[in-house]
Write a protein that binds this ligand. Structure first.
Ligand code: ADP
Ligand code: MG
Length: 322
């Protein structure tokens, strides 16, 4: 049995019946580069994107499903046991912490979405600072990884926020590891690399700011939508896996344009497709208000009531502003 498992790990897409070298190449070029991706693909996507007959696509998917290591069922008891390790990271604002049931949960993905300037990046900086703080202060006393796709990480902001919290800015900066992601593939690779880093030292917070910007600009137009969603889906699952293995918080941002007509009717509608919304456990919609205030609204939480609260963004960072 143990040997079987080892065998399974080594299987590549060429091992699937009906996948020769040429087909494998087409599949790889279009992002279907491992058994798991094929196992969860739809026949239509596979045939449209990789240009293979739908009949063959159905067969390829069926055999990939047999080989894929899809994970096991867990009992409710096992899940409860794992969830006992869940801890919460403070946002710096009591209001926002309360809205989230005490802070950002480990073993989950929390998405902050809103228009440009709504404070997403400021909140990411604050979370990074807080994570390095001791438990008594709502932190995890741990290092942080930031995948920065828009080149908006500013150590100067970390210094300001640290000083306000009475933390030594140099000590905080030493524990925040930032990588610039130059495109979506680079971003995916960095998320994979994060797991290796987490073996060397504890990383209880992984930030992706912004989760969607590269995907959005690289995959424009109808034709590339399903490929984009598929890559994004895989990326989100890598992040979720990281969060459970390392008992860490994943915080991601997602920009949406200001369309009050769309948003106030249904704020969840237009954001990066369904993939992001379905994989993120907590979603917080941010919008600007007067004098550095932001309104945060919790959306679609599995067990917390929907609600809104006000946070303040200032030189000090994220606070209640009182
Ligand atoms: P986005 O949602 O696009 O990531 P940001 O998090 O970058 O938005 O928010 C930018 C806003 O944060 C600015 O418009 C400003 O209101 C506020 N901000 C940024 N830096 C400071 C600072 N040093 N002092 C006060 N407010 C700041
Ligand atoms: Mg930003």
């Amino acid at each position: 049995m143990a040997e079987d498992k080892k065998e399974t790990k080594k299987i590549t897409i060429e091992d699937l019946p009906g996948v020769g070298e040429a087909t494998a190449e087409k599949l790889r070029e279009n992002g279907f580069d491992d058994i798991m991706t094929l196992a969860v693909a739809s026949p239509k996507d596979l045939s449209d994107l990789a240009g293979i007959a739908e009949g063959s696509a159905i067969k390829i998917i069926a055999s990939a499903r047999k080989f894929a290591d899809v994970g096991n069922f867990e009992t409710g008891e096992q899940i409860l046991e794992r969830r006992k390790d869940v801890t919460k990271l403070s946002t710096g604002s009591k209001n926002l912490d309360n809205l989230l049931g005490g802070g950002l949960e480990t073993q989950s993905i929390t998405e902050f979405f809103g228009e440009f300037g709504s404070g997403k990046t400021q909140i990411m900086h604050q979370l990074a600072v807080n994570c390095t703080r001791p438990l008594e202060e709502g932190g995890f006393n741990s290092d942080v990884l930031i995948i920065d796709t828009e080149n908006t990480f500013r150590p100067e902001r970390i210094i300001q926020m640290s000083k306000f919290r009475g933390a030594d800015p140099d000590e905080v900066l030493k524990r925040i590891h930032v990588a610039r992601a130059y495109n979506s593939h680079h971003q995916i690779l960095l998320a994979e690399r994060a797991s290796e880093m987490a073996k060397e030292f504890p990383i209880r917070l992984l930030i992706v700011d912004s989760l969607t910007s590269h995907f959005r600009s690289e995959y424009m137009g109808r034709g590339s939508l399903s490929e984009r969603q598929q890559l994004l889906n895989r990326h989100m699952h890598d992040l979720l896996k990281f969060s459970t293995i390392n008992n860490s918080v994943i915080a991601v941002t997602n920009q949406v344009s200001a369309r009050p007509d769309v948003f106030f009717g249904d704020p969840t509608a237009p954001i990066g497709g369904n993939i992001v919304g379905h994989t993120a456990t907590f979603r917080v919609y941010l919008r600007k208000s007067k004098g550095g205030k932001r309104i945060a609204r919790l959306i679609d939480s599995p067990y917390l009531p929907e609600g809104e609260t006000v946070v303040q963004i200032s030189e000090d960072g994220v606070t209640d502003g009182v």
